[in-house]
Design a protein around this ligand. Structure first.
Ligand SMILES: *[C@@H]1O[C@H](CO)[C@@H](O)[C@H](O)[C@H]1NC(C)=O
Length: 354
């Protein structure tokens, strides 16, 4: 099989050379070099894919699947390499563990933000920080340093980013209110908050999750109702049910990063974003500037701080739920103060528990 492929490849090269030979000599040389370079690039990419597989402990069921995954890896690697080579960006991309997934596979498994159909009417209402003067806001804040952020979690292959985003915001508020940092249960939301737009691993919406936690009278701890990464039936016997409770949610006014600063100055805030674009999913570090990222919302993360880089670039610090190996130890810094919908749409739909 491999021999056949090699033979047809050589025949093709031969054919190119024959055609080329009727052209001028320099062009014939160029064609030969080009064919050689392509073959070398193919071999290099196959080696890179093998190395990547070893690094990420990836195995495939057979050679057909491996060949298919190599093609996806190649396309992603080229995108990543050309982004990094352009040099004009304030963040870097890497062939991280998502590098052999198609866009569709990635969206299904790793995102899960479901923007409700009725949202236009549902959003708005009271914004408790509306009269907070930005002159009083700290120049930077990092809720991690204030002990209000639990360790980075990993949603696995379940599209429930919405649960992780909401839980991180509730964990933050609970610490600020009570002085206790308790890791809380995403699985309880996945299993029990199955109303309306909230559909477990098939996606959901943070505002609904906050309101659900209020109705349920609180959320269990992570250890009381551990994460399983798949849809399950709702349990009411969790060891410490109601470990944290809230009274619903409020929305940050849309497309208003100043309002978002006012909110994040007070507590971690849930943020919907375009997390499926390659500039986000392959993010490896730096301040994500948003070039080439549109503002379609499909993922949810949590704003846990903001600051200003040494070169004056203002940024948000956001907690993601793709494990610690992604981005800056599981976090992403994203450019702040971009007019309108914000980088990758981050200013469109932020909300927080109260
Ligand atoms: C903000 O100030 C206005 C005017 O004083 C007042 O009517 C409004 O209730 C205040 N908003 C909040 C959330 O306190």
């Amino acid at each position: 099989m491999a021999l056949e492929v090699n033979m047809s490849a050589s025949l093709l090269i031969l054919a190119v050379l024959i055609v080329s030979s009727v052209c001028t000599a320099p062009r014939a040389l160029a064609a030969r070099e080009l064919a050689g370079e392509d073959a070398a690039a193919d071999a290099t990419m196959a080696v890179r894919h093998e190395k990547w597989m070893a690094e990420h402990g990836r195995t495939y069921k057979d050679e057909t699947e491996k060949a298919r995954r190599l093609e996806i890896f190649r396309a992603n690697a080229r995108l990543i390499d050309s982004f990094n080579a352009a040099g004009a960006h304030s963040h870097r991309l890497a062939t991280n563990r998502f590098a052999d997934l198609t866009d569709d596979e990635f969206r299904a498994a790793r995102t899960g933000y479901r923007r409700p159909q009725t949202v236009a009417g549902a959003r708005g209402g009271r914004f408790r920080y509306e009269n907070f003067s930005l002159a009083d806001a700290p120049r930077s804040i990092d809720w991690r340093k204030k002990g209000a952020v639990t360790g980075v979690k990993d949603q696995g292959s379940c599209g429930c980013c919405w649960a992780f985003s909401a839980v991180a915001a509730v964990e933050g508020l609970t610490k600020i209110r009570t002085g206790r940092l308790v890791s809380l249960s995403e699985q309880e939301l996945v299993d029990c908050d199955v109303y309306g737009d909230d559909q477990g691993c098939d996606g959901g919406f943070m505002d609904n999750a906050f309101d659900f936690i209020e109705r349920r009278g609180g959320l269990a701890s992570e250890s009381g109702y551990p994460y399983r990464g798949e849809d399950g039936s709702c349990r009411s016997d969790a060891a410490d049910a109601g470990a944290a409770s809230i009274r619903g949610h409020e929305d940050v006014p849309a497309n208003n990063e100043a309002a978002l600063v006012a909110a994040v100055a007070h507590q971690p805030v849930s943020v919907a974003i375009n997390g499926a674009d390659h500039v986000f999913k392959f993010y490896d570090g730096g301040v994500l500037g948003g070039d080439g990222c549109d503002t379609e919302l499909n993922h949810a993360i949590t704003a846990v701080g903001y600051g200003t880089a040494s070169d004056g670039t203002r940024y948000w610090v956001m907690k993601n739920s793709w494990g610690k190996s992604w981005g800056e130890g599981g976090y992403v810094r994203i450019r702040r103060g971009v007019r309108g919908e914000g980088v990758c749409g981050l200013a469109k739909m932020p909300s927080y528990p109260v």
